[in-house]
Write a protein of this length. Sequence first.
Lengths: 350, 508
Amino acid sequence: MSDQEVAPAAVVDGPAHAPSPGTPGGARPRRSMLNGSMGRNVGLVLALVALCVVGYATAGENFANLNNVLTILRLAAVLGVLSIGMTFVITGGGIDLSVGSVMGLATIWASTLATQTMAADTHWIVMVGVALAVGTACGLVNGILVAYGKVVAFMATLAMMVGARGLAEMISNRQTQRVRVDEFLDFFRADLIGIPVLVWMFAVVAVAGWFLLNRTTFGRRTVAVGGNPEAARLAGIKVKRHTMYLYGLVGLTTGIAAVMMLARTTAGSSTNGQFYELDAIAAVVVGGTLLAGGRGTIVGTVLGVLIFTTLTNVFTQNNMSTSAQNVAKGVIIVVAVLLQQRFASRSRSD
Amino acid sequence: MVNADPQPTRPLLQMRSIVKQFPGARALDGVDLDILPGEVHCLLGQNGAGKSTLIKVLAGAHQPDEGQILIDGEVVTIPHPVAALRLGVATMYQELDVVDGLTVAENIYLGHELSTAGFSNRRTAAKNTRELMKRLGHPEIPPHREVGELSAAGKQIVSMARALSHDARVIVMDEPSAVLDSEEVENLFRVVHQLTASGVAIVYISHRLEEIRQIGDRITVLKDGRTVAQNLAVSRTPTAELIKLMTGRTVENVFPARAPIAPEAEVVLAVESLGLKGEFSDVSLAVRAGEVVGLAGLVGSGRSEILETVYGARRSTEGTVRVGGKKLRPGSVAAAVGAGIGLCPEERKSQGLLLDEPVYRNITLSTFGRFATAGLLDERAERAAAQEQSVALDLRPAGVDRNARTLSGGNQQKALLARWLVHGCRVLLLDEPTRGVDVGARAEIYALIRDLAASGAAVLVVSSEIDEVLGLADRVLVISEGRVVHEGPADSIDEHGVLDLVMEGSAA
């Protein structure tokens, strides 16, 4: 109501008025909207730069060398791929708490004796296929429960989180399963033009995610379904089916992350990916995606992931405990969300 | 400025030259208002005229930059909402501000709980609540009932009781009838009469001029943040003059002329014995190309449900819907949209729009797939199509990149109409097309609907304003208790006739 009243000139209804040249059309709000999202991203970049400055000041050459930068990126890659998928689910108005567990399950399933024997006999791609299939299948189960079973997303994916972890423990007998297919490790642990394959994978997933969200009908549907599911439904969008696809998509990215995890740690373990769901959600929200849905940013998510990973690295370089890291992470999350609300209320009163 | 009435009695509340400046806009630019004890004072003005800002100033939610507020002839300041209540000014906002999870008594004493040493006096609160409810003519609402279980009308009574619990002498009502059907409006008016009889003054805001005729004593008209006419006697001011004051121009005829429909015109929408268990049954209707058919009935009669079922938003339990002779799959909005049906829903904001997305994306929400090759969107083509329709509909402000939230009610409705124009639909279903739309924009929307029909669309309109259905439609179906009780040309029945049918139906 108040936003209508503050700009009387802009909301006059009578046909007697020609579109007045005084009102600058849509140019002004559009620019300020861009400023909003650009502003947020600039803020995130500044935060990242500040972290790097702190890193350099405290750890010097140990922090600022190419090897360390690549270490940060390699660590960021797994969380990053998960977070890209998470960005879609959250933008679409949902949440997925199961990504960490499902990633653990996928690493186990892709590294069982049976899978690895088959991969050794045929091709290492079998392991990749299994991981992707496990991830996607779990995602689709979540999606069907949420979309068609009308189970609240938080509960459906919480159940999957517990269940998938349990299944991973049953399959592996809580044993770590070493990857013995050398071709698999050779491929994914290699460098391409001096940059690790894992980092390339993160980059490809991020770029593909950006296109999917911003340039395709799938992305448009995601924003519509998350922004106002009833309006989307009444406009003829198949909201349930799209919701299922979204969870399938996050499942697929979880599968990709599982492959990367297997390569990085050279082993499948039922404890792989613990708490990754929380890190992913934090990175997505810190990046500027609305937890309530309807607005998502891939660039923000990538920056969010880099901030958290760099933070971990800076703390590790300074031999500080993970407990201190967690405190810092908590502070960052709160500050980011507070700033976001400030931005949101400003764009509302526009 | 017109000042029709010299003051016979001393005003209870006066606002003098109130100015309120917001960043970039002067929302109030010299508003005067005089409220006498025991009167119903109507505040009229288009969306954006400053009514909401004015009542927020009065409620202590905004601080005026200039001007004075006088109560009983003494200058007062209202720095915060609690101060307003202490001065005896209570406001009932358009969005009912009751808490669904609390009881009636808890809602009434919210913020000023009766307590002794931190323990709440639930018994006293219940006793006082019972008295307030009796005074408002609703002794059947018990103090311990959860407010969420009450109807919209019941919630409004609770809101009014809360105002009275503060010993309010002035009650501001912002569009109190918007959520009520005609029977409940009658009751609202009865309560208002009781209140004014006891000396309480009511500031009444409504877009419905006929209501103001029925209940108002005097009128103040706002336009562009200024008072353009003050203290007009309701009984002596013709409607045409009010509209002129509000819009600054004359509206000759609100409803556009009907065009004769060729007898051989194709039946585009054919509904046969459609039913939805527990809501309505055996509804048959046919709409021809170029025809506007209206559904009249009370809230809860099943009229909106019929529209939603035709559209596939609810799955019918019996009967069929055909578009151009082709049967639609029940319960599938996508099938309906694919066959060329469009719906402008009742609640624009919650059911129609993505408020934080640009206008053009709202306009193309049903059609963006057409602007894509292999899933990749061509946003330039999409924007151009949306822009074209927004120009055709004279959407204001022009420019489709601003967020839908910034549009007025009338222009939000135009954006929804534009959505279906881009789609090129053959059947248009309109649920309350002018709710929350001010008088000037209403005439425009009516004209648009007519134009659409003239271009060959079949239009089905639902409205709780009976005169709107009768004025706009060629043919009218009267719905009562989920059944069609009358069907005939719109000019062969009047408002009384419709009400009689509706009452008869509900008595049977």
